[in-house]
Design a protein around this ligand. Structure first.
Ligand SMILES: NC(=O)c1ccc[n+]([C@@H]2O[C@H](COP(=O)([O-])OP(=O)(O)OC[C@H]3O[C@@H](n4cnc5c(N)ncnc54)[C@H](O)[C@@H]3O)[C@@H](O)[C@H]2O)c1
Length: 362
């Protein structure tokens, strides 16, 4: 299987761009959009991806006319920082990147957020092309234009909306992706499914962890999920309303991760735990039927999305939720499901019910 399989057009604010999904289609992709006319190209590449997929990067992305230069990024979350960005911005100057130049970010969400941030602030913004290499980055972080770095007080605190000029999602990269990272991405697809992306929900139900990794299935999954998220972004680019639905499961998930010091629980596992808690609360509040909740739980089990064991300090998790920047007014407000595909924003939940479900499930 080779070539572009799906093209998703996105219009977000004044930006208009394409998300290309397929396998082995770089030369075709590089002829599109802003790339042919760019005077200089900064390639920000995950050093892990460079090690694993050097042939793709050096043969297909580094052009031979001397327009591009390579900047390797150690893609640890700690490096998604303001200080690390300054080093890259200084290299941009040294390499004479100008306003007719572009940045191409190749890697997972860490590289994408970082490259988006650097390109978004350099000379008040130059175009960014995302080449996501994790499933999560293909279905989530490369879609929607959020770019940010972390501060010591919290993640993604300093950032901007900087829509890409092009997204190139080549599922060839996913061949080397470890299962824990595949599950992180599947959790975001699953979340989209519950929020109304029913094609993805059915695809998840008719496959398992092995069969979903077939390239043709991955292409469909990435395209459906990216199309669903971009549809929401088109309606609410700056997250003033509807886009907040994409935080479903994340308020609890982030609190689980931060209260555990970001150790011992993968992002996807924490979010899947948050989703499971929300589904159960929605069921008890009469918002979801037992059959709907059962469908969600079936997918969680089928793909093993939860951690094997979760030693969660529930009081601590609740305290961390109260600090979450997405909450306001001192109360913890959640996205709930009033039926599959029908998110309800800013829903207050009784602290007793929340605690009861957390104790029972975790
Ligand atoms: N901008 C947004 O809207 C948005 C949305 C969700 C998440 N994010 C951000 O995305 C980041 C998480 O992204 P992620 O889940 O992609 O993690 P990541 O970028 O940390 O990558 C996970 C690991 O996989 C490795 N890797 C990447 N591609 C690989 C491949 N093809 N084969 C083998 N290994 C590979 C990386 O080196 C890394 O060790 C977080 O910083 C989060 O804040 C942003």
């Amino acid at each position: 299987m080779a070539g572009i399989i799906h093209i998703i057009g996105v219009t977000a604010g004044p930006a208009c761009y394409e998300i290309l999904v397929g396998s082995d289609f770089f030369s075709e992709a590089l002829r599109r959009s802003v790339i042919p006319s760019a005077e200089r190209i900064a390639l920000i590449v995950s050093s892990r991806i460079y090690e694993l997929h050097r042939r793709i990067i050096s043969q297909e992305l580094e052009d031979r006319e001397g327009r591009s230069f390579l900047l390797l990024m150690e893609d640890r979350e700690e490096n998604k920082s303001y200080a690390y960005a300054e080093r890259f911005l200084e290299r941009f100057i040294a390499e004479k990147l100008n306003r007719r130049s572009i940045v191409i970010g190749v890697g997972g969400g860490v590289v994408g957020d970082f490259a988006g941030f650097c390109s978004g602030i350099y000379m008040r913004g130059i175009p960014i092309v995302h080449v996501p290499t994790t499933l999560l980055a293909m279905v989530d972080s490369s879609v929607g234009g959020k770019a940010a770095v972390n501060l010591s007080v919290g993640k993604n605190i300093v950032g901007l909306f900087h829509q890409p000029a092009l997204v190139i999602s080549d599922v060839r990269f996913l061949r080397s992706l470890p299962d824990v990272e595949v599950r992180n991405g599947l959790t975001e697809c699953f979340k989209h499914g519950l929020l109304g992306d029913f094609g993805t929900l059915e695809l998840l139900e008719s496959n398992d962890l092995q069969s979903i990794k077939r390239e043709s299935v991955l292409c469909d999954l990435v395209a459906m999920s990216a199309r669903f998220k971009s549809g929401i972004v088109e309606k609410d680019e700056k997250e003033t309303g509807l886009r907040a639905a994409l935080n479903f499961g994340h308020t609890i998930g982030h609190a689980i991760e931060s209260s555990a010091g970001y150790r011992g629980v993968a992002h996807g596992q924490a979010v899947a735990t948050g989703i499971k808690i929300k589904v159960e609360i929605s069921r008890r509040m009469g918002l979801l039927t037992a059959a709907e909740a059962g469908r969600a739980e079936g997918i969680i089990r089928r793909y093993g999305l939860l951690p094997e064991k979760l030693d969660m300090d529930i009081e601590k998790v609740i305290r961390h939720m109260e600090y979450d920047k997405k909450n306001f007014g001192g109360t913890v407000n959640f996205v709930m499901l009033n039926g599959l595909g029908n998110p309800r924003l800013n829903q207050g939940i009784s602290p007793d019910l929340l605690k009861e479900v957390m104790v029972e499930l975790c």
